[in-house]
Design a protein around this ligand. Sequence first.
Ligand SMILES: [Zn+2]
Length: 145
Amino acid sequence: MVPVKARVNAWTARLRQQGRRVTAARLAVFEALIQARRHPTADEIYRQVRQRLPSISRATVYNTLDTLVEDREAGVLLEESSGPARFDGKRERHDHFVCRRCGRIEDLHAPALDRLPAPRGVGRVDSHSVTFRGVCRRCDTTLRR
Ligand SMILES: [Zn+2]
């Protein structure tokens, strides 16, 4: 995995190169997302970054997350069970397991899925991620008790 600082620096260089704004707020949001263990919501990132930058607005956090997704520095997980979008700062290809009971989203890497053939006729596929759903081990044990 690329260290946090290296990723932030690379994005900073890219923003500068493209004549886009490099602000403390943008960098703080990116850093918080990379360091997040779970897949945080925009509000969770906002609450965290606000501790460091009390003047940051919620809109800035939302906009920065959108920018990071557009720049392919972040992924966004939309669960059909509604709820707010969860962001993913991990850039390497990986899959997820979502617990239907507690809503926990775990990263997992199933090497067998790395070369999953793209379905025909959908257009040009440039990435993929598989989501497994079920009941996580913790919830499963609670249920059986
Ligand atoms: Zn993930």
